[in-house]
Design a protein around this ligand. Structure first.
Ligand code: ATP
Ligand code: MG
Length: 505
């Protein structure tokens, strides 16, 4: 497919800790109560804990206690990473406000939002990727090529995990460092369930697009990444493998006999030498499978040409990461790949303090790496020290907090909801639908995720009043001055002119 739509959903871990008294930490609020404080400004803003916001994304608090941010539809990987990083910023801002609101209610303490995938009780929460693919893509090829790719992709873009207890039945492993947090929590290869069975690829058929032409591939196996370069590798390689599948190039058959056993064994073997069995009975390592696909990808790119500006970086980082795993020398990737960045830090602290791998202080580092608060989160600290690479400028992330990507229908969603709000008009939107409450019969469906200008949308918004005369777009400074979280600030201002009377019903 020439252009692809990407989106990523992140569920955050949330903890509240009370102020320590005489050095002893006091328990804080329960996660669900903390999450309710977190979402208070969201609910005040949108009368719901499930809202689409001006940057086109969705903020969502399910009955559980893992607040979720789903990026708007993005049409390139850099845009996607910016949208994802904006989500961290938005959640952190909500956490700061929640701490203030709690303090005003006499509840002191600190909120920790972690962009990781397991909490201290061993519960897992997700980082789900969405890729628009043509409906014609053979599902069979998804399981013969995409599934083995995803099972082994963790050696490239796992977030790293310090495992202190044996998590895998039947194998005696002492405390050790694994590639992935999520691998131990996957239960099926390809299926339509999400929470209970946790398949690697979810086939639930909700394309949020023209169903006769497209599918939305829902990948729920990935670890949440802190590193922008790791994200580049994660989405960049997956997009390339999908492109090769879509183009019908022969990719070999790596279909695995037991993908779920394989994903765990690979995660727990940092040497990259654990072998997995293909359906044909061949023994292969994760590095073998990834190297085979990288080789095909290089040939594919040299024949087809690069389809985005970061492609060479993706290929080089892919190769370097495989070399690092195969050689055991991670020094060539330990500023770019999450598992290696974090491992280096853990190894250093362990060596300095002569700590055993199951020392709880190291477990704390494993968690704190994912803390999204810039002053405190260890990934942020490493970036400031030059020990973790970045890809984006701050201004790209700032902009993604306030505005939707300009290249997909998210631009129209953001424009629609911000205009309706400026006029105080009841409205509802989702990925596809746009409705003014007073004009339900004129609801608009945008099934083409690449549609960025639609006369229909403007015509419907024109019923709100003479917009050209009365609506002004606020600058970023003006939006940041508003007393609400920046992501929820009003984008447009009605400055005068004639606002039409309410419609006669
Ligand atoms: N046509 C599309 N193709 C690919 N991705 C899409 C498309 N439309 C929307 N998306 C992306 O898919 C994600 C949908 O997130 P959302 O959490 O709402 O969906 P879901 O996972 O299906 O629902 P839920 O979380 O309620 O189970 C978003 O990141 C969005 O940008
Ligand atoms: Mg979701």
């Amino acid at each position: 497919m020439e252009r692809r739509v990407f989106g990523v959903e992140t569920e955050f871990g949330i903890t509240h800790r009370g102020v320590a008294v005489d050095g002893a930490p006091r328990p804080g609020l329960a996660p669900d109560e903390t999450a309710r404080y977190l979402f208070r400004p969201v609910v005040e803003w949108g009368r719901s804990s499930n809202v689409f916001i001006p940057n086109g994304s969705r903020l969502y608090l399910d009955v559980g206690s893992h607040p979720e941010y789903a990026t708007a539809e993005c049409s390139d990987i850099e845009e996607l990473i910016a949208a994802d990083r904006a989500g961290e910023r938005i959640m952190d801002d909500l956490a700061r406000r929640a701490e203030e609101a709690m303090a005003a209610d006499g509840i002191d303490g600190t909120i920790y939002l972690l962009k990781n995938n397991v909490d201290s009780q061993g519960n897992s929460y997700g980082s789900h990727e969405n890729y628009l693919i043509p409906r014609t893509t053979h599902f069979r090829r998804l399981s013969t090529v995409l599934l083995p790719f995803l099972v082994t992709r963790q050696i490239l873009c796992g977030a790293g995990h310090l495992v202190t207890e044996q998590e895998e039945a039947g194998r005696e492993l002492g405390p050790h460092y694994a590639f992935s947090q999520r691998a131990d929590h996957m239960w099926e290869g390809v299926s339509s369930a999400t929470t209970r069975a946790r398949p690697i690829i979810n086939t639930r058929d909700e394309p949020h697009a023209d169903a006769s032409a497209h599918r939305r591939l829902h990948v729920i196996v990935g670890d949440s990444n802190m590193s922008e370069t790791t994200q580049l590798l994660r989405y960049g390689t997956t997009d390339l493998v999908l492109r090769m599948i879509e183009s019908g190039v022969p990719l070999g058959d790596y279909e695995l006999q037991n993908p779920i056993r394989a994903i765990r064994e690979i995660s727990h073997d940092l040497t990259g030498t654990a072998t997995v069995l293909t359906r044909d009975g061949e023994e292969m390592t994760a590095v073998d499978i990834q190297a085979g696909l990288l080789d095909r990808a290089r040939r594919f790119v040299s024949e087809e040409g690069a389809h985005h500006g970061h492609l060479e970086q993706v290929l080089q980082l892919w190769e370097r990461t495989l070399q690092a795993v195969a050689s055991g020398d991670h020094s060539n990737i330990d500023t770019e790949i999450d598992w290696a960045i974090k491992k280096r830090l853990i190894d250093e602290v362990a060596a300095r303090g002569s700590l055993a791998l199951d020392d709880p202080r190291l477990g704390q580092i494993d968690m704190a790496y994912h803390d999204i608060r810039p002053e405190r989160g260890l990934h942020h600290v490493l970036v400031r020290k030059g020990r973790a690479a970045t890809l984006l400028g701050q201004e790209q992330i700032d902009q993604a907090v306030l505005l939707p990507p300009a290249t997909t229908r998210a631009a129209l969603r953001g424009h629609f909801l911000s205009t309706a709000r400026a006029f105080g008009a009841g409205h509802s939107v989702d990925w596809v639908h746009h409705k003014l409450v007073d004009r339900p019969l004129e609801a608009i469906m945008l099934k083409d995720p690449f549609e960025t200008a639609a006369e229909r949308v403007e015509t419907l918004l024109d019923t709100l009043g003479d917009r050209r005369a009365v609506v002004r777009e606020l600058s970023a400074e003006e939006r940041l001055d508003q007393p609400v979280p920046p992501a929820l600030s009003e984008r447009y201002l009605v400055t005068g002119g004639t606002v039409p009377p309410p419609p006669v019903i």
